[in-house]
Ligand binder design. Sequence first.
Ligand SMILES: Nc1ncnc2c1ncn2[C@@H]1O[C@H](COP(=O)(O)OP(=O)(O)O)[C@@H](O)[C@H]1O
Ligand SMILES: [Mg+2]
Length: 307
Amino acid sequence: MNVGILYSRIRRDEKLLLSELRERDHEVTKIDVRKQRFNVSEPPAAFGDVDVVVDRCLATSRSVYATKFVDAYDVPVVNDPTTAEVCSDKVKNSLALEAAGVPTPNTDVAFTKDAAMESIEDFGYPCVLKPVVGSWGRLMAKIDSRSAAEAILEHKETLGHYEHKVFYVQEFVEKPGRDIRVLATDGQPVAAMVRSSDHWLTNAAKGAKTDPFELDDRALELVEKASEAVDGGLLGVDLMEVGVSQDDTQAASGDGPGAGTPEDYTVHEVNHTVEFKALDEVTDVDVPARVVDWLEAKVEAEAEVTA
Ligand SMILES: Nc1ncnc2c1ncn2[C@@H]1O[C@H](COP(=O)(O)OP(=O)(O)O)[C@@H](O)[C@H]1O
Ligand SMILES: [Mg+2]
């Protein structure tokens, strides 16, 4: 097959994918999104021969619009534009999870400082304020007091650009010093890890410690549902354990099962241009191989439909 990789920067993740594709003698068309002009009727030449496009754009705006164009050119694209649109926006993400009956942290959205302040006071302290677009834990605020809330809201209202005029206020979840990242293809887990940190942000990009994690039946069920909620694809599903104390986890030295059994999980987000190098390193799973297996199956299924 010929796989188009839509990118702006080739990171380790893309390199892993590219070498797996080449090892299997697949053709690869690297498409630098910065050099493309997407016409509403005429597909750019780069898309002529590809069987599937894998969107690896870093910038949300590029990812959201470029996938819409690729889809309009009738070229299969992962992830599809619906998935990109829902996953790239925390408001849409929360609504989709809630609608699908997936437990997700309780969230308010408000458009003025005063209304946001009411949400914050209702949730109580601490609570969380997140940018609606963003990742790697950037610009996330844990709000511990009314005076901190006032300062952050004023800063956002005065200095923030468009997206920061939307106040996304969330209950603080007492997680056991870690969260769970699952890489899944159409709801089927490829690999999972826990990310542990003394900081409340446990993003790998923030330096959290990573360990492999084995999913129980409830987690498997939620990963599948969360994937369906955003229209499937190659996804990073983020979960937090609910009802496990920090002590339980630390007693098990943070290495996955064996820590206190959680009462349940809550899914705080589903990511669509997901990084997987950390999962590949920390687990026994050959992550790029499983991703390429999935791409091959997808292209084959597509060929059967059009045959
Ligand atoms: N409501 C919450 N309560 C406690 N911790 C949270 C909450 N939401 C997020 N976190 C922590 O912050 C990290 C980043 O949050 P997330 O919503 O995934 O944003 P990003 O898109 O920046 O990764 C999570 O991995 C988790 O450790
Ligand atoms: Mg996250």
